[in-house]
Write a protein that binds this ligand. Structure first.
Ligand code: ATP
Ligand code: MN
Length: 461
């Protein structure tokens, strides 16, 4: 395999012939020499190529090169005369692999991120989206490393499911029924028993329930896969398709899983910072000044812990005028979460033991009968990035919750079975992968931290 440009630039010494291929970021031509910046996406920096007149037969090719052209260059790797890079390529052979039409939209000037969203097929070639993709990749690897090193098994949880993990709506239906005239039962309702899966099926909103199944046979598992929510949230923090990381541990309680969440975020940030210093330098300079300090702070300081009760008391005492008024029992809104993390404790914070009525049915009910063993990890700038809980592993309490909430008991038969056959305390959490990438990069809009965003009204690329 040929070296990538990142590998060429990382060489210990100059000298020797190299061959590089990629797309031109810039092409500057003067009378005697052409300067090309070649990028193949492997790192933030491109390779500087100097093409001088003695190129002979290739001179004609070089003269017509423009931004966006795909080229292959061979030549000697020499010490760079210019600033900013150690090596440059003195071209001896230049081949135009693919030319560009004159209307190539990514010319030199900077484009808004919003404009770039309309160019989903090309935006990966820009500095910003290029860096995002590499950071995503590094984070993905770090996540697998973290769990694999601790004996977790990667579970491939299903994408099509019959159950609704949250006990709430907001799901995409999966169906092969004729949308114009589906089969109907006597009551006029659509007869999903004739549908592909013999029942109403959806895209998963979470892999948690399946992760619980696996945790009760393999003890420590994690999922890392796509999840889908049809919530019509046109916000900078919601996607209709996003990736979730969901560890689930048997023989584990809420405080142990809170510790895991903290250790996990710290390791993740330090691993990604170490893997991609070039991209982080860019995010710090161009996207979010102060980012590196913030991330270092997360890595170095212990997370704050507080109960929901305490959080409410702090918000009530804060003297802030929130859009959503604060009282015990409310679901914390983003403004509350951010006040707590940004203003009050000024670092990440784990809030635990939320009111039962605002949390999902599967969470372990505390002895007070009014709170459940839930946790949210809140970080400055973003708010919630992790939501988790200890699961209700007592059969009778769970059944009562399911009935209380009027959930379809028969659909949860296997979930209840797990509480009858060797049930153990278990706990886990879900991390929104794009939310964490947003936090790491300082990118304002979640649509710019996933290569192909799916949001209401848009799924073109
Ligand atoms: P929010 O209140 O922000 O909508 P949620 O309470 O619906 O989040 P959970 O159901 O706990 O979130 O999902 C687990 C994690 O998945 C969240 O902590 C968040 O990081 C992420 N997440 C949830 N919904 C989305 C979404 N629509 N797009 C991207 N990430 C999401
Ligand atoms: Mn939500």
């Amino acid at each position: 395999m040929q070296e990538t440009i990142a590998q060429i630039l990382a060489r210990e010494s100059a000298g020797g012939q190299v061959c590089a291929r990629g797309w031109l970021r810039t092409a500057r031509h003067s009378k005697n020499v052409s300067f090309l910046e070649l990028s193949d996406g492997s790192g933030f920096a491109g390779l500087q190529v100097v093409a001088s007149p003695e190129l002979g037969e290739y001179e004609e090719v070089v003269r017509h090169l423009a931004t966006g052209c795909a080229v292959a260059v061979e030549g000697a790797l020499v010490e760079s005369q210019g600033k900013g890079q150690r090596w440059e390529l003195q071209a001896s052979r230049v081949e135009l692999v693919g030319g560009v039409d004159d209307d190539y939209p990514l010319q030199k000037k900077r484009h808004t991120l919003e404009f770039l969203r309309s160019l989903g097929h090309l935006r990966g070639r820009t500095n910003t989206l290029g860096a995002v993709l590499r950071v995503r990749n590094a984070a993905s690897r770090a996540i697998h490393d973290f769990f694999q090193e601790r004996g977790f098994i990667h579970l491939h949880s299903p994408i099509v499911t019959l159950s609704d993990a949250e006990g709430a709506g907001e799901m995409f239906r999966v169906s092969t029924l004729d949308a114009a005239s589906p089969p109907r039962g006597e009551d006029g309702a659509v007869d999903f028993s004739q549908d592909f899966f013999g029942s109403e099926a959806h895209l998963t909103v979470s892999g948690q329930l399946e992760a619980e199944i696996a945790a009760l046979s393999h003890s420590r598992v994690y999922t890392f896969g796509p999840t889908f929510r049809s919530e019509n949230s046109n916000t900078t923090r919601h996607l209709a398709e996003f990736w979730m990381v969901e560890p689930e541990l048997a023989f584990c309680d809420l405080s142990q899983v809170a510790e895991l969440a903290e250790e996990f975020l710290k390791e993740l940030f330090s691993a990604v910072l170490e893997a991609r210093p070039d991209d982080f330098e860019f995010f710090e300079k161009r996207i979010s000044p102060g980012l590196l300090d913030t991330l270092a702070h997360v890595v170095d300081t212990p997370f704050e812990r507080m109960s929901y009760d305490e959080a409410i008391a702090i918000l009530e005492r804060s003297g802030q005028s929130f859009e959503f008024p604060v009282e015990w029992g409310i679901d914390l809104q983003s403004e509350h979460e951010r006040y707590l993390a940004e203003e009050h404790v000024k670092r990440p914070l784990v809030v635990t033991d939320y009111p039962k009525d605002i949390k999902a049915f599967y969470m372990y009910v505390n002895d007070d009968g009014r709170t459940v063993r839930a946790l949210d990890v809140l970080v400055p700038g973003v708010g919630e990035i992790i939501g988790g809980s200890q699961r209700e592993h007592r059969h009778d309490v769970l059944l009562e919750r399911i009935r209380e909430l009027g959930l379809p008991e028969e659909q949860y038969w296997w979930y209840l079975d797990l509480r009858r056959y060797g049930s153990v305390p278990h706990a886990g959490f879900g991390l929104g992968f794009e939310r964490v990438i947003q936090f790491m990069t300082g990118m304002a809009n979640i649509r710019d931290v996933i290569p192909f965003p799916r949001v209401p009204g848009s799924a073109e690329f």
